[in-house]
Design a protein around this ligand. Sequence first.
Ligand code: ADP
Ligand code: MG
Length: 287
Amino acid sequence: AVPLVIARSTALSARHGLLIKNRTDFENSRNITTIVFDKTGTLTVGRFEVVRFESLQQGVSRETVLQLAAAVEGSSEHPIATGIISKAQALQLSLPAAANIQAITGKGITGSVDGKQVQVVSPGYATTAFSNAPVVNIQAGETLVYVVVNDTIAGFIALADQIRPESAGAIATLQANHIKTTLLTGDNKVVAESVSKQLGMDSFIAEVLPHQKLDKIKELQQQGEFVAMTGDGINDAPALAQANVGIAIGSGSDIAAETAGIVLVNSNPQDVVNLVLFGKATWRKMM
Ligand code: ADP
Ligand code: MG
């Protein structure tokens, strides 16, 4: 009978947009008490568009700010990078060559352009690392990055992503099934709060660095929670491995998909609900 159950659940899972890579994660799904959602790409569409960009330094034009940022983002696959490059292309700005590109994990990216060191970084990092960090009011829903040239903040770029239409319904159904939901993101507090409030989530944690994502999962487990985590990035992999159920989204990085036990083929948060309900139903059938 067991092979039949497995065959049946595999066929059903395909229909629900789930790729089950690890059966333990799937079997664990019926016991989930808390789901930790990474923001970008699961609850949101994961496509950032530049909504405004400004210079904060005399003698540097706002186009230069965008152009330098796009130059160092050229080889990054981060959704922020894609948004910045698209905007520079739409404005037909030429992209100067960049060298020595290095990701600053969870904080940004750096490289050299025309002999200048250019960094594109999070507000949290910028305000601790650079003494001239100005206060830019982040509007609800905005992801903000600072563009730093030779250790001086030269400007900022604000981007916006869209909440997926399916997200609110998915969160509501999880709550109706007594599962708590938490938003965990490296992005700023303003956007984390606005997304979690709009979706009616139980809590949010912003500006977390990759190792802190892992610590947060452990902390919840120590509190007795049985934790599922969704994530898309290389930096989510340790947390996905630690979670009782690791869920990668299909549009994310290969490393996340390799680590997670379950992959959401269509990156749709409704499929997380399917996983939870379907995990319970399959278990009942097996008993
Ligand atoms: P998330 O939790 O949303 O996956 P990340 O850990 O990827 O966040 O990034 C956290 C923050 O670090 C971003 O919101 C951004 O401010 C900054 N950051 C990371 N990578 C880049 C990049 N390539 N360009 C600009 N900023 C970046
Ligand atoms: Mg990410």
